[in-house]
Write a new protein. Structure first.
Length: 202
């Protein structure tokens, strides 16, 4: 029985899933940093440069995200050119989905570049820019969920293996983000309580 060959669209879809995984991992690491997670005190009980690992996952995510649409240049039908990738409003297939994917890529590139320049930008300005990763992730998940990998505008199969992977990453990031928001509110509440006690004692 002959084995099925991987098409250009298949390869692009697989690389796209890798991009979703890389960005999800990078976002998860960033959220854990907000919780003051320590890999030495907690699992895996080993010292390593956690911040550098977070940065490298960002570089990998950006590289894979650029590779994902670039593979489409080798597809014969429909045919894509460079302009269709950079400005996919009039792309030959699924222009809305591709445009949202391009927005996700631009936002991700913005986050990675500003993170590289974080010392020059200053902590507060960099942190403001860094929150763009949430918008990038939202656009990426939308693109991953609603794009038909075969580019035939077929209905979304929510139980397809690739869609299930994207859905799992989305649910994980959403759950950890809610916990992070809850943690931030509790911390702000404790700070206000301390400030009120200090003010009352004076």
């Amino acid at each position: 029985m002959p084995s099925a060959s991987i098409t250009v669209l298949d390869l692009s879809a697989y690389v796209g899933l890798a991009a979703v995984g890389a960005i999800s991992l990078n976002t998860l690491l960033g959220l854990l940093m907000a919780f003051r997670y320590s890999p030495h005190r907690s699992w895996p009980h080993h010292r390593f440069n956690y911040f550098r690992f977070h940065n490298w996952t960002g570089y990998i995510a950006l590289s894979v995200s650029i590779l994902h649409p670039s593979i489409l240049l080798f597809n014969k039908n429909p045919r894509f050119n460079i302009l269709d990738l950079v400005y996919p409003v009039d792309s030959p297939a699924q222009p809305l989905e591709n445009t949202i994917g391009a927005i996700a890529l631009c936002l991700l590139a913005f986050v990675v570049v500003t993170s590289y320049l974080r010392i020059r930008l200053g902590r507060h300005l960099w942190e403001s820019f860094h929150f763009s990763i949430y918008f990038a992730a939202a656009a990426l998940f939308w693109h991953g969920l609603f794009t038909d990998p075969s580019l035939k505008n077929a209905r979304v199969d929510w139980f397809d293996g690739g869609k299930l992977f994207v859905e799992s990453c989305l649910l994980l990031i959403a759950a950890i983000s809610l916990l992070r928001l809850r943690h931030a509110r509790k911390k702000a509440f404790r700070v206000r309580q301390v400030a009120q006690r200090i003010a009352a004692s004076q």
